[in-house]
Design a protein around this ligand. Structure first.
Ligand code: AMP
Ligand code: MG
Length: 403
């Protein structure tokens, strides 16, 4: 059990935060895999302040739920519990709506309808689904196909999701024969008719690499529409914040150490993992202590997204197989172990972090800098790469520094 003062102080801060749904946090005890994507630790400091003679006291209110197969937390700064609750509900409603539209595993979702009709007919879909597919194609173009939302058919072979019953290394032949079904250029978008057509039978959209960042964007929009002036939405490792906390500071986030010392990453289904997030950290929804963090930074009206090889993986014959697939090979991308991207919008941070994970450190940093985005990459030797524009804005721990 982690007992650092950081954890203790966070616990006492958390107690001060109004939380109407403590019981929901209990769900985490049996849904451990849903936490795997939660790579960023939110430091929540609770202060009250009177604004320039105005008597209103601003507090932080937070609620967490399991949505999109993972752990989501919304924190808002508000003068009243009722207003906060209303805004938080609106934020979660957006995430839930997107979950229903985009869930790859649900027979009811629009993504499933599109996948079923692949090679046969276009499918008329909701504007929101059309919008995110357009954004996914935009990221595919920006990353030259390193991010490809048509990875679904190959992802299915590996079975990395908590909803897949089996995880195994597919045969080389199977991967080769399925690879031809990955090609984002074969997604035909008819905007005026709001239709999507996948040109090849067997092609499958999988928006797992962009959906959470996009949902964070939409949740923030819904919260702003309620008149809230500062909030943070965290959907696993996809976090977006705006405004200032009551202490007039920006939101501070931490990036998870992909290889924490003395606590080697185990299979997500191992007892160690269960103990780590389910019991020892009861009430600490983020499931991380300061020891698990290798970098911290302030989020100034921006989003951050982390892709890591420790989020969904299995180990077979001593080799780690993780969930970010190189669309060129059909195998897990081998060069890096963690990528965090900071961008003005969540969908961009999310999609680009997945794409950069495939591209590797050199090409990844070049792409990020050409786009004016900030990023942190840890390669397979634990060497850290930062975009130039991030230097001086990030607090890095020593251990990882020299690999
Ligand atoms: P993330 O955690 O945002 O990096 O997303 C990882 C998820 O994106 C995986 O679980 C897959 O659903 C999907 N995915 C895996 N490889 C790719 C890829 N090369 N391009 C787009 N999506 C991918
Ligand atoms: Mg992503």
């Amino acid at each position: 059990m982690k007992t650092s003062s950081g954890v203790r102080s966070q616990k006492s801060e958390d107690r001060k935060i109004r939380n109407w749904e403590d019981k929901k946090i209990g769900i985490l005890n049996f849904s451990t895999s849903q936490l795997l994507n939660f790579t960023l630790l939110l430091f929540t400091f609770h202060f009250s302040l009177s604004l320039m003679g105005c008597a209103k006291k601003y507090n932080m209110y937070r609620e967490s739920r399991i949505l999109m197969d993972t752990f989501c937390a919304i924190t808002v700064v508000s003068p009243s519990k009722e207003e906060a609750k209303d805004a938080i509900d609106a934020g979660f409603a957006e995430i839930k709506k997107l979950e229903n539209l985009l869930n790859y595993f649900s027979s009811e979702s629009e993504i499933t309808a599109i996948n079923r009709a692949a090679g046969e007919n276009p499918v008329r879909i909701n504007r929101e689904t059309l919008e995110i597919i357009k954004k996914a194609v935009e990221i595919a173009n920006l990353t030259n196909g390193a991010f490809d939302p048509t990875v679904g058919s190959v992802m299915r072979l590996w079975g990395f999701s908590s909803q897949d019953s089996e995880q195994s290394v597919p045969s080389e032949d199977k991967i080769k024969s399925t690879l031809r079904l990955i090609d984002y250029k074969k997604i035909k978008i008819n905007t005026s008719a709001s239709e999507i057509f996948l040109e090849e039978k067997g092609m499958e959209l999988d928006l797992g690499g962009i959906a959470k960042g996009y949902a964070a964007d939409r949740a923030i929009d819904a919260i702003k529409a309620k008149g809230i002036k500062a909030a943070l939405v965290a959907i696993a490792g996809d976090i977006k914040g705006f405004g200032l906390k009551p202490d007039m500071q920006h939101w501070k986030v931490g990036v998870q150490n992909p290889r924490p010392e003395g606590n080697p990453p185990k299979s997500p289904h191992s007892p160690l993992w269960k103990r780590g997030v389910g019991e020892d950290f009861k009430g600490e929804q983020e499931g991380l202590s300061e020891e698990d963090i290798f970098a911290t930074l302030y989020l100034k009206d921006k989003a951050i997204s982390t892709s890591g090889d420790y989020q969904r993986f299995f180990i077979k014959d001593g080799k780690r197989y993780h969930h970010i697939i190189d669309p060129k090979t059909g195998y897990p991308a081998p060069e890096v172990i963690s990528v965090s991207v900071i961008a003005p919008e969540g969908y961009l941070a999310d999609g680009i972090s997945t794409g950069v994970f495939v591209l590797g450190a050199d090409k990844g940093i070049r792409l990020l800098e050409s786009m004016g985005l900030e990023g942190i990459i840890v390669d397979a030797n634990k060497k850290i790469f930062l975009t130039k524009n991030l230097k001086g804005k990030i607090n890095l721990k020593k251990e990882l520094r020299n690999g």
